[in-house]
Design a protein around this ligand. Structure first.
Ligand SMILES: *Cc1c(COP(=O)(O)O)cnc(C)c1O
Length: 403
């Protein structure tokens, strides 16, 4: 390409210290994976065989019996639910979303119906299933799960995510033990998580994650689990999964990302990441009103981030204003702001090089040290309202950032 894609299309650069959100283009894909994707693009290939080869890689890396690659994690939820209802039966596969004669009920703890950019319950309903919610927003008990299981129960979905309610709900082991006592398969949406063998060991029959989040590949959804159910997921390519399929480039990209994962010393990476966070912490701790400390992932994954607690009086601005200010400018900084109402931001350094991380710290210093007149205007406090405001006049590019 003769011209940089950002210049050519007038796109702002984004430094993502929030995580690996799909909305920011997810992971930065390493050269090794890019080369693997490029190597398949000019060729024809038998996709069923390619998916079989991918199954072996997924099985090896996650410890599951088999694996299947689909469009994204959201697709993985719909495909898995469809697979549990239809099995490896092409007539039933073609029948969906008409669920006549199938076990169409899918159990979900209410505190797990999160909005990661779309609703988990909608992904479940897409192939025709009916969501049976159990518990309340903040709690769920075993008797409620037992009571919901009946002759129409086709599957149960468990969401492992920082978006989910963290207290008061059934954990995966409790949830899957009860489901398995009644022969109900457990589908785990762990889109952004990385302890795949651990999650499978806790009872997931089908585990779903994004190839483009923690796994660091191009956009795809990985399904790993029991061979019989994974085969039923593959059947969905001739049913509702057809609209969600991915091509040879995404399949090979997911395989290459997982192979790179396999050959990476993750403990060493975690140590290096902590050293970089400590350096940033020393810089940011000098700023008025910011209390910083390294914090392990709330969802229990082996990942550290820098927690920045903003005292609005001493810092002269709220955490929300700081996040909004960082998102403006020619280079937009995306920082994790889902806890901003509580004054807390999280800085995830894993998608940055040293220069980018220094830039982020410098921008935070600049914003906190600048006068009150430079504060961004108030905007909808709820992030989904903010996104909606941008969507409403799309395709106008407002360059106003988002949090
Ligand atoms: C990101 C996310 C998804 C969707 O992942 P995609 O691969 O972008 O479709 C689903 N569930 C949770 C919990 C997520 O964080």
């Amino acid at each position: 390409m003769s011209q940089d894609v950002f210049t050519k299309y007038d796109l702002r650069k984004v430094i993502n210290v929030s995580g690996r959100e799909t909305a920011y283009g997810a992971a930065k894909v390493p050269d090794q994976v890019i080369r693997a994707v490029a190597s398949i693009l000019p060729h024809s290939v038998d996709v069923l065989d390619l998916e079989a080869a991918a199954s072996e890689v997924v099985a090896r890396v996650t410890g599951a019996e088999a694996g299947f690659i689909t469009g994204c994690a959201a697709a993985g939820i719909s495909v898995s639910v469809a697979a549990c209802m239809a099995g490896s039966d092409l007539v039933r596969t073609e029948q969906l979303p008409d669920t006549t004669g199938l076990k169409e009920e899918v159990i979900l703890q209410k505190g797990h119906d999160v909005n990661y950019g779309a609703r988990v319950s909608q992904n479940i309903r897409l192939p025709g299933a009916r969501v049976v919610e159990i518990g309340t927003a903040t709690d769920c008990a075993e008797y409620q799960l037992r009571g919901a299981i009946g002759s129409h129960t086709g599957a149960a979905v468990f969401v492992w995510s920082h978006h989910a309610v963290m207290t008061g709900l059934l954990d995966l082991r409790e949830f899957s033990d009860i489901c398995h006592q009644h022969g109900v398969p457990v589908i785990v949406d762990a889109a952004n998580e990385q302890d795949w063998p651990g999650i499978l060991a806790m009872g997931a029959d089908l585990l779903i994650f994004s190839a483009h989040k923690a796994a660091g590949g191009p956009t795809a959804g990985v399904i790993a689990g029991r061979a019989e159910l994974v085969r039923a997921c593959m059947f969905q390519e001739r049913g509702i999964g057809r609209t969600m399929k991915c091509g040879k480039e995404a399949i090979v990209g997911a395989m290459a990302a997982l192979e790179l994962w396999e050959n990476t010393d993750h403990a060493a990476l975690r140590r290096e990441n902590r050293v970089r966070l400590e350096k940033s912490a020393r810089l940011l701790a000098r700023l008025p009103g910011l209390a910083v400390r390294i914090e392990a992932d709330v969802a229990g994954q082996p990942v550290d981030r820098l927690a920045i607690q903003v005292d609005p009086v001493d810092a002269g601005l709220t955490a929300e204003q700081l996040a909004a200010a960082l998102s403006l400018g020619d280079t937009s900084i995306a920082i994790y702001a889902l806890r901003a109402e509580m004054g807390k931001l999280l800085l995830d350094a894993r998608c940055t090089d040293d220069a980018e991380l220094e830039f982020v710290c410098a921008r935070i210093s600049e914003v906190v040290s600048s006068g009150p007149n430079t504060r961004p205007h108030p905007r909808p406090r709820q992030r989904h309202d903010h996104v909606l405001a941008r969507m409403a006049d799309w395709p106008v590019r407002r360059h106003t950032g988002r949090i």
